[in-house]
Ligand binder design. Structure first.
Ligand code: ATP
Length: 458
């Protein structure tokens, strides 16, 4: 086969560079080697590099692989069409996974097998060739649009589905409850899609993310000059959602003293912009969601009873994933297919051992945790069957989450993020999914724990 493609190898170990120069020179038109990443930008400017084989750790930097991620981003920023294959130590495999999510084509673990390294680089090169022919995008393929909501067939989900089908076409206010990651946001969007308002806007507001001082302006808008930073008129979410659906996520996070203002707007379907005296009508369908027990909050004086009464004309509760075990494997299969497509992996099925582990895991982070687990495993996969150990699931509640190659000696260092993720997961496992207890154990608020779970896909 004719040698094709220009390859840049970046590694601070000169012995590695010399052996790769010999090995890869047999397969590629040109192999350029450099022992420091700082010259990458100049080189990319000068040479038509197709593929970069990029070491993740450079001795000059902190040995956490973040330097590798930094250079990956730089390469993608400077030359998006260049494919980057990460060259990584086994202990840094989680960083390689992060790298793939950020656009790297693949990764190869050191010490490497020559045949596997050559094959990975050649596959990356064929993707470039295909992209040039316009057949396929060089970068990560977009997620197909049919990767929407999966209902499942479990006993636990059937009554919910029937209720959703009936309720969607009405204009009744809906309250969706369920543990974190069960799919409340997804269900809200599904209801909008099934409703008569589907051509109208679907405006989602994360009530946990709005600061108290900006609450009114965010929801109702403001007029120019109404406060120091109000340099122009601003439309609020109630106005933006006119003719469509307004989705108030994490409604339990709304401070008590602001709940009355929301109640008035919901009751009257009218709002007043900050700095104005005029009532403005709006035609919205309201959906709210929370993972908290609002009845308990009412009893504790944290949530207004009249507001609860107003928002839950129809109450939809999404069961936890562990209460709908029949849905775990079909959902996992969907994610497997979706990510295999997205990351160009050949994996097609779970091994019997992997399927058993999926069924046994408690999934306190519900569908989000399942999705992230499968995504990571697909990235790590190297054949058409996904093995159980690739799921990296802890089988007991004790001990931190293992990292691939979990012998102490093979895991010399974790990033702070990895350590935090591991501690958060451990606390949740030890408290068997009780978030209030886990938050207390970690010495943080429930909301902070919740934010961290979202961030780490737990
Ligand atoms: N039924 C489903 N089918 C496919 N994917 C789903 C389903 N439910 C949830 N997901 C996926 O799981 C992830 C979490 O879903 P979503 O954000 O809707 O959960 P949530 O309950 O709103 O979470 P949180 O309580 O943390 O806000 C998303 O990536 C979503 O795509």
């Amino acid at each position: 086969m004719a040698k094709q493609g220009i390859l840049l190898v970046v590694d601070d170990n000169r012995n590695i560079l010399t052996s790769l120069q010999y090995l890869l020179g047999e397969y590629f038109e040109r192999v350029i080697t450099i022992d420091s990443p700082v010259t990458i930008p100049t080189l990319l400017n000068r040479e038509a590099v197709d593929i970069v084989l990029l070491d993740m750790n450079f001795s000059s930097g902190i040995n956490s692989g973040n330097e590798g991620l930094y250079w990956l981003r730089e390469i993608k920023r400077l030359r998006p069409q260049t494919e980057v294959v990460l060259f990584t130590a086994y202990a840094d495999i989680n960083l390689a996974v992060t790298g793939i999510k950020e656009g790297a084509a693949d990764f190869v673990v050191k010490p490497w097998e020559n045949a596997r390294l050559v094959q990975t680089l050649q596959e990356a090169y064929s993707r470039i060739v295909e992209a040039r022919k316009g057949k396929k995008k060089a970068a990560v393929a977009p997620v197909a649009s049919d990767d929407g909501m999966y209902w499942g067939n479990s006993q636990a989900i059937r009554p919910l589905r029937m209720l959703v089908e009936k309720a969607s076409t009405t204009d009744a206010n809906i309250l969706i409850t369920g543990e974190n990651g069960t799919g409340k946001d997804m269900l809200a969007r599904e209801i909008h899609r099934l409703s008569n308002r589907k051509e109208g806007p679907m405006i989602a507001v994360d009530m946990g993310a709005i600061t108290e001082s900006l609450f009114e302006s965010e929801l109702f808008g403001h007029v120019k000059g109404s406060f120091t930073d109000a340099h122009t008129d601003r439309i609020g979410r109630f106005e933006a959602a006119d003719g469509g659906t307004l989705f108030l996520d994490e409604i339990a996070n709304l401070p008590y003293h602001l709940q009355a203002k929301l109640l008035t707007a919901i009751q009257k379907r009218c709002f007043v912009k900050v700095g104005s005296n005029t009532q403005q009508p709006t035609n919205i369908r309201l959906i709210c969601a929370t993972n908290r027990n609002l009845e308990d909050m009412v009893r504790n004086g944290e949530f207004r009873e009249d507001l609860l009464y107003r928002i839950n004309t129809i109450h939809l509760h999404i069961p936890a994933l562990r209460e709908r075990k029949e849905d775990i494997l079909p959902l996992a299969k969907r994610f497997l297919e979706q990510y295999a497509r997205q990351y160009g992996r050949q994996v097609q099925a779970f091994s019997p051992e992997a399927a058993r582990r999926l069924l046994e895991h408690p999934w306190y982070g519900n569908i989000r945790e399942l999705q992230h687990t499968v995504e990571k495993a697909v990235i790590l996969s190297d054949s058409d069957e996904l093995r159980g150990d690739m799921l990296q699931l802890t089988s007991t509640a004790s001990g931190p989450e293992p990292v691939a190659g979990n012998a102490e000696t093979e895991v010399p260092f974790h990033t702070l993020d990895e350590m935090e993720r591991s501690m958060v997961k451990r606390a949740i496992d030890q408290c068997e999914g009780n978030l209030s207890q886990a938050a207390a154990m970690l010495g943080i608020t429930r909301q902070t724990l919740y934010n961290k779970m979202k961030r780490y896909g737990l």
